[in-house]
Structure formats: C-alpha cells, structure tokens
Design a protein around this ligand. Structure first.
Ligand code: CTP
Length: 403
C-alpha cells in the first residue's frame, strides 16, 4: 500500500520512542521507505542503531547532521519526503515547531519539508492539557498539520489521562489514508477562494465586507488533508497564511481574483468560491488620497465587478464548481437561482440573519444544494466541520462523474 512512498519518521525524546520502532516496522511492511530522524533526547531512549537496522537507512540524529549525506539520489530529504510523521511528538518539539525554531535536524526538517506533516503527541496528561501545549497544537493544526490525538489511559509515569501515544495501528492507518487514501480528491487540483475583496476609491479607502476568510481556509486545509493539490486564492484576511503544502495566492480586488482563477481554472478538478467578492467598485480610483478640504465629494459612482463564478460557470468543462450564497431572505430560493444562473454543481447557502452563521464567526449553518435540487441541511457546526461535509459531497460528485 505504501510502495514507492518516502516517509520521514521523526522521533522525539519520550518514553514512547520505543513504540516508534513498531511504527517503523509497520510502515516498512507496507512497502514504504522510511528514514528516521531523531532528536538528541530520543537517542537516550532508543539507539539510532535500532532504527537503522529496521529501516535499512542511516538514522539522522544529533545537531545539524548533513541530511543530504543520506540521500543516495543526492536530493534533500525534505524535498523527497511524501510525508513527515513525528511519533512520538513531545511538548518540546511541538513548541519548537509552532514557534518556527530550527535547532536540530528534526526541527530544521519540519520547517523545510513540503509534504503533509502528521504529529502523534505523547506526554504526561497534565503537560498535554497545558494551555501552552494546546495552543501550540492549535497553531500547527491551523496550518494544516494533522494531529493524531493521544489516547486516554495510563502513561509511563503512572498517571492516567489523555497523553498516551495513539495506538500504533491507528497511526499507521492514518498514514495509509493520507498517502494512498481512497479519497477521489487525491492528487486532484482543488482551487479555493476565500476572504473579501477590496475595491479602492483612493489609496486608503475601499469598499469591502466583513468576510474573515475562515470558511475558505478551512476548506483549503481539509482538501489538502484529503490529499488534494490545493491552491488557495484569498483576499485580505488576518488569518495566518497556510504554509504547509498549500499554494497560496494573495489578491486584493475582484479583478485580481478573477485573473488568478483564469490562470488556474483549466487545470483544476474542483473550484470552490467561498470568497465574498465585493459586487461593486468605484468607477474612478483616485491616485492620491481624496482630501476632504479640497473635494466636494458627496457621492461615489459605482459599477459592478465581474461575476467571477458566473464567468467560470460559462467556461466549465468537467470541473466541479461550488459556490456559496450569502442571503438574508428567501434563502433557498435565492440559492437555487444562483446555482442555476452560475451553472454550479453545488451551492452552500447560509442565512446571514441566523446566530452562528455567516462571515466572521467560527461557526456556520449551511444548506448544501446540488444540481438536482437535493437539499442537505447542516446544523450549527464549526467551519472546519462544515468544510468536511462540503468535501464529502464533492467526493460523491467526483465518484459519480469519474467512477
Ligand atoms: N461571486 C463571484 N463574483 C462576484 C460576486 C459573487 O464569483 N462578483 C460568487 C461568490 O464567491 C459566491 C457566489 O458568487 O460563491 C454567490 O455570491 P453572493 O454574494 O451570495 O451572491 P451574488 O452573486 O453576489 O448576488 P447578490 O449579492 O445579489 O445576492
């Protein structure tokens, strides 16, 4: 199942390091080529020779080992890896990863790798529950790192609680899922738009809306976790840019967003327009700030921006095209009209008047409508969960269309 896959197994200094030997064996049995990178503390629990013997590859450990030395093809480990799995991941390496510290081979590799990254934390339950550790894990998860949660049980120090390394079988299953998973999104190009656009009146003033970008970012990360090649085109947001493996294209105006989509549309399998594109823009954009003293500006003449989704609907070949409908009245009827008018495969409608739905919060209430007018009402849920539901629906469509 993992033949031809290059996995880097990072091992940090936890008593659970001995379990990494079993993980390594399991991955090798499935055909993966695994290189182990150990922190210095990890070598106090298990000998590098153990991993070297089991993997048949030289174990990388210590400070700044020259990683290239271990590449028969002389390609850096970071470029070559299909997956970086860190198991066990300690509070210490999790903190360094989240802070961008690179003071040894594993942390340096973490910053340079372009493949998906999975972490399986293992530590004392009080440490795991500590708000700093939890914050660091959230930072990493927000950036697309897959966290394989520890299980509840007795840990080596005798305490009980959540902190035991996840079962080895679960870790291996998740690796298989991410590397050879059955998701029809695997290896397909998915383009997601997010955030608002801004339409400038002068260099400092603009028309826009309150979109936070959270829904689009959640969709991009979820698609990436399912193995898609993701391009995220986003208007200005305050969200940290997803750094791990997702192509990120920042834009400002509706025209720039359309230009970016024009470049990426023909090579994509799925396009999800979660952006709240500003519908109007000032007809004239002043090159200098309009001074109130020297201007008699009392009204602004506006024109419409291009309807990007409608434009994509006209160009569509076999892409799955997904839109959002932000409504305040006649939600379903308006959403259905947009589905048809823009030639969409799915539309995700949200009623902006409902508490917990819409632009700025962490939750949404969405109804997914397909081209056969079939409705799927989702209850209030986090934008991450909504993203998973939308992708489940897209996967169904891909299977119907391409088998
Ligand atoms: N959209 C777009 N280009 C625009 C406006 C909207 O591509 N200029 C996309 C949005 O990204 C969304 C869908 O069209 O996926 C519907 O956007 P929405 O704001 O709900 O509707 P509009 O088409 O703008 O119509 P109205 O504002 O009249 O409801």
């Amino acid at each position: 199942m993992l033949t031809q896959k290059e996995i880097v197994l990072g091992v940090a200094g936890s008593i659970a390091a001995y379990k990494a030997a079993e993980i390594l064996r399991g991955l090798c049995r499935l055909g993966a080529r695994v290189t182990v990178v150990m922190t210095r503390n990890a070598t106090k629990f298990v000998s590098p020779l153990t991993f070297q013997t089991l993997s048949g590859q030289k174990t990388v450990c210590g400070l700044f080992d020259p990683v290239e030395e271990f590449k028969p093809e002389h390609i850096a480990l970071a470029q070559k890896a299909d997956l970086l799995l860190v198991a066990p991941a300690t509070a210490n390496v999790i903190g360094k990863f989240a802070a961008g510290i690179a003071d040894d081979s594993l942390t340096s590799l973490f910053l340079s790798v372009r493949s998906p990254i999975m972490l399986a934390p293992a530590m004392n339950p009080a440490m795991y529950a500590n708000p700093f550790v939890q914050r660091n894990l959230r930072i990493l998860a927000d950036e697309g790192v897959v966290i394989i949660e520890p299980e509840v049980g007795e840990v080596a120090c005798g305490e009980s609680g959540k902190g035991r390394l996840a079962p080895i079988e679960d870790i291996i299953n998740q690796v298989v899922e991410i590397l050879s998973g059955k998701s029809p999104l695997r290896q397909r190009k998915v383009v997601v738009t997010a955030g608002p656009t801004r339409e400038y009146l002068d260099p400092v003033r603009y028309l826009s809306n309150g979109s936070s970008g959270k829904m689009g970012f959640a969709l991009a990360k979820a698609a990436f976790r399912r193995g898609a090649k993701v391009t995220l085109i986003s208007g200005p947001t305050s969200l940290p840019r997803p750094s791990v493996g997702i192509e990120y294209i920042p834009v400002v105006t509706a025209s720039e967003m359309m230009q970016a989509l024009d470049e990426h549309f023909s090579s994509s399998s799925v396009v999800i327009m979660a952006a709240a594109v500003c519908d109007f823009k000032p007809v004239c954009r002043a090159s200098q700030k309009i001074k109130k003293s020297s201007s008699s500006l009392t009204s602004i003449e506006l024109e419409t921006t291009p309807d990007i989704l409608k434009h994509l609907g006209r160009m569509k070949k076999d892409q799955i095209l997904v839109g959002f409908a932000a409504e305040t009245e006649n939600v379903e009827a308006n959403a259905l009209a947009k589905l048809q008018e823009k030639n969409l495969d799915l539309i995700c409608s949200n009623d902006l008047t409902q508490k917990g739905a819409g632009f700025e919060g962490d939750t949404n209430i969405v109804t997914i409508i397909d081209a056969h007018r079939k409705l799927l009402h989702l209850p209030l849920m986090s934008k991450e969960k909504v993203a998973e539901k939308i992708l489940d629906k897209i996967e169904q469509l891909l299977i119907e269309r391409f088998g």
